[in-house]
Ligand binder design. Structure first.
Ligand code: DOR
Ligand code: ZN
Length: 346
């Protein structure tokens, strides 16, 4: 008997679409299966004002296949010069859904991010007042902190103090990668959510470093030890509304990945749902896949879940391209190193 699984159409609560030729190539990959996505603002130059967000949203809509009902949920890139009034207006106009905090120097195109967190206090207070969520890249950048500890240290030194100083601020811990992240998020109450990527449910740091260096598994925050991956699997498959899907699908051309100083990012938009179904089935949690992909995120963002549905069908191993072609060069699709049996059939 064919096994099928029908879910409310998923949303991706953390996505990089880039711009120009790359945007045109990758947007259809997400729009095929997802209804909405939170769009990361780390373009060059970054999306810092309401006007920037409106212009970027229009470029995304123009890049979608004809008839696509996909809705980009825009974000602003928080800088030490962000104008609280411009932010509040963009939020009131429905132009932006959230604001993204990058510690300066933490990751790709984060140079315009925040160094002195005191400088953004007025903006965070405005956000708490108007109910605009802050999406946080949670890593410290101190050179004396080991890269595998940067998330746990950020929670202690930066995130917890910010949340205590700004009551009412709604925060999403983006792409958590550690058991400390899982623990802090699960104890944070309804004003704290956390996204988990597809790839961090599949790989640990050995996949990047053992038996030769594998640039296509390098992303930030970097994958951690196996015990952390298992904590993420338990959180994602638990049904706990704190945790929801943010793929952090982050396309870079192979030329930019395969450099002496290669870019961080895994591109998972093409096969994410097949991977997630496989993961949830392995963990005996297929009945909780919909919570993770389609219900918990809208609940946190105070948006209705999608009315439409998609159906996944289990069968012979799914085939998908090993890369997609873009006007900028090929982008390698994430290899989950296991056969996938669930295909999106509608
Ligand atoms: O791996 C990553 N890639 N992590 C980030 O935080 C940024 C992203 C990108 O923009 O490439
Ligand atoms: Zn990201």
């Amino acid at each position: 008997m064919t096994q099928t699984l029908t879910l409310r159409t998923p949303d991706d609560w953390h996505l990089h679409l880039r711009d120009g030729a790359m945007l045109r190539a990758v947007a259809p990959e997400t729009a095929r299966h997802f209804a909405r996505a939170i769009i990361m603002p780390n373009l060059v130059p970054p999306v810092v004002t309401g006007a920037d967000a409106a212009a970027y949203r229009d470029r995304i809509l123009a890049a979608l296949p004809k008839g696509s009902g996909f809705t980009p949920l825009m974000t602003l890139y928080l800088t030490e010069d962000t104008d609280p009034a411009d932010l509040a207006q963009a939020h009131a106009d429905g132009l932006i859904t959230a604001v993204k905090l990058y510690p300066a120097g933490a990751t790709t195109n984060s140079a315009s991010g925040v160094t002195n967190f005191d400088k953004v206090r007025p903006v965070l207070e405005t956000m708490a007042e108007i109910g605009c969520p802050l999406c946080v890249h949670g890593e410290v950048v101190d050179s004396d902190i080991d890269i595998f500890d940067r998330e746990a240290v950020f929670i202690e030194r930066v995130l917890d103090p910010i949340r205590r100083a700004t009551p009412g601020l709604r925060v999403v811990m983006e792409h958590i990668t550690t058991m400390q992240g899982v623990e802090y998020a699960s104890e944070g109450g309804p004003e704290l959510g956390a996204t988990i990527t597809t790839h961090h449910l599949v790989i640990n740091r050995n996949h990047i470093l053992a038996g030769g260096i594998k640039p296509h598994y390098y992303c930030l925050p970097v994958a951690k030890r196996e015990e952390h991956r298992l904590a993420l699997r338990r959180a994602a498959t638990s049904g706990d509304p704190t945790f929801f899907l943010g793929t952090d699908s982050a396309p870079h051309t192979d030329a930019n990945k395969l450099l002496p100083c290669g870019c961080a990012g895994c591109f998972t938009a093409t096969n994410t749902l097949s991977i997630l179904a496989e993961v949830f089935e392995q963990d005996g949690a297929l009945d909780r896949l919909e919570s993770f992909t389609s219900l918990n995120g809208p609940k946190f963002y105070r948006l209705p879940p999608n009315e439409s549905t998609i159906t996944l069908t289990k069968g012979a191993p799914v085939t998908y391209p090993d890369h997609i072609d873009t006007g900028d060069g090929p982008v390698t699709v994430f290899d989950p190193l296991m056969p996938l049996h669930w295909r999106v059939s509608t």
